[in-house]
Design a protein around this ligand. Structure first.
Ligand code: BMA
Length: 311
């Protein structure tokens, strides 16, 4: 029986490269928020040189998106950002916080991958703020609230010693981060045993901060990327109340199983709705954008009732 906690939208994929009015090879791994009643999606696309840029699409209903005629964010041309964005910008997350939108994305260069922070109020004027990690980090999601006056983020440093895990860090000013510690690790011979990483910006629920993350399992046919859920304490996000033992989504549709990188579902954004559901957006096979819905209370229950150890 097919697992159905996430209900796929019947008209998936919702965006393909054919919907993009400039030359790209893919469209995937998008951050999404609701801004002034409309859904704004910032997606990643590979250019035909193999390096990535970020495009913008908008929607009234969260399902039918129209892509802007021009890319939203391309590698900077001058200064420190140009130096570290030389190989492209990838996998942007959006966090609505205190009247503005914070955007974190992977900046690739000959010196590795680090995370850049930019801000906007209207998705027109964008200000790059700072590079907020050294190499090699990916997948930074900022919590949409402060804790004891400090900003908090989840991230995923690379390691040669330990399986790649989810860490938390804090900052007084969004630029300088510290007080870091690991909060969640892959589990041996489990769907996420190879590595895990933050996915969508955490969503506040009555039970805790719901975090939709990705986990990777190595097979003889390459890696399989799936999505899972964890619940963080509302006041102390370093405390995980539960991590669902089962994945919530795995590659099944043809455009998730086959594409630029096969067997991938990868999320950078999810939008909670007033009716208790959440729209989860994911890239299929690093090629197309898909959406599905789930009930927030079912996802939090999965974390609390069928939890595996976070560490
Ligand atoms: C990860 C990142 C993601 C990508 C995934 C599957 O390492 O590069 O952007 O979706 O691999 O290729």
């Amino acid at each position: 029986m097919r697992q159905s906690i996430v209900k796929r939208y019947r008209n998936n994929p919702i965006l393909t490269r054919d919907d993009v009015p400039y030359p790209v090879a893919t469209i995937h791994n998008a951050g999404v928020v609701k801004h002034q009643g409309r859904y704004v999606m910032l997606f990643r696309s590979h250019r035909h040189n193999g390096r990535s840029i970020i495009g913008l699409a908008e929607s009234e209903d969260g399902y039918t998106f129209k892509v802007d005629p021009k890319p939203f964010l391309v590698p900077a041309q001058a200064g420190i950002f140009a130096e570290y964005e030389e190989f492209g910008v990838e996998d942007l997350r959006i966090c609505a916080l205190e009247g503005e939108y914070l955007m974190t994305y992977s900046a690739y260069s000959r010196d590795g991958v680090r995370i850049a922070l930019a801000r906007t109020k209207d998705f027109v004027d964008v200000e790059r703020v700072a590079l907020i990690t050294q190499a090699d980090y990916r997948n930074v999601v900022i919590f949409p609230e402060r804790f004891g006056g400090r900003y908090a983020r989840l991230d995923r440093p690379h390691s040669e010693i330990a399986p790649w895990s989810v860490w938390i860090s804090y900052s007084p000013d969004l630029v300088h981060w510290g007080d870091s510690r690991v909060v969640m690790k892959p589990v041996k011979y489990h769907w996420d045993e190879m590595k895990i990483g933050p996915g969508a910006t955490p969503i506040k629920t009555k039970d805790g901060w719901l975090h939709i993350f990705h986990g990777v399992f190595p097979t003889m046919d390459g890696s399989v990327y799936r999505l899972g859920v964890a619940l963080h304490d509302l006041e102390d996000p370093a405390t995980i109340l539960g991590v669902a033992d089962d994945w919530i989504l795995q590659p099944e549709d043809p455009w998730e199983v086959t594409g630029y990188v096969h067997n991938v579902v990868f999320t950078c954004g999810a939008v909670p709705e007033d009716d208790g559901t959440v729209k989860i957006y994911w890239g299929g096979a690093d090629s197309v954008m898909c959406v599905g819905t789930a009930r927030l209370d079912e996802l939090t229950a999965l974390c609390l009732d069928r939890s595996r150890s976070p560490l």
